[in-house]
Ligand binder design. Structure first.
Ligand SMILES: [Zn+2]
Length: 100
């Protein structure tokens, strides 16, 4: 009995660690934070990019809650997973056409 309980706790701990690792990996990947904002050629493609991304928890698609512009070249999308309801922010950086 005791070993089964420990095993369940152990599994929960492993699941929690995996979740933390996934979140860290996600935050470091393109679009996960302002510092790693995903580069796009124009604002018009941002919502299509969002639709192509999946929730790191369950692979579900995102529902857009709010599309904001913290800086002229930066866009922030507040989204929520349609499947598990986890909320997150997706970051996009607009390419500066003048410099290309
Ligand atoms: Zn999800």
């Amino acid at each position: 009995m005791r070993s089964q309980r420990l095993s369940a706790e152990h599994r929960a701990e492993l699941a929690r660690r995996l979740e933390t690792a996934r979140e860290r990996l996600w935050a470091a990947s393109p679009g996960g934070s302002a510092a790693t904002a995903m580069r796009v050629s124009s604002a018009a493609v941002i919502e299509a990019r969002m639709a192509a991304m999946g929730c790191p928890h369950c692979g579900g698609s995102y529902r857009l809650l709010e599309h904001t512009r913290p800086l002229p070249q930066l866009r922030k999308l507040d989204v929520e997973c349609r499947r598990c309801s986890s909320a997150r922010a997706l970051w996009f950086a607009l390419a500066d056409r003048e410099s290309n």
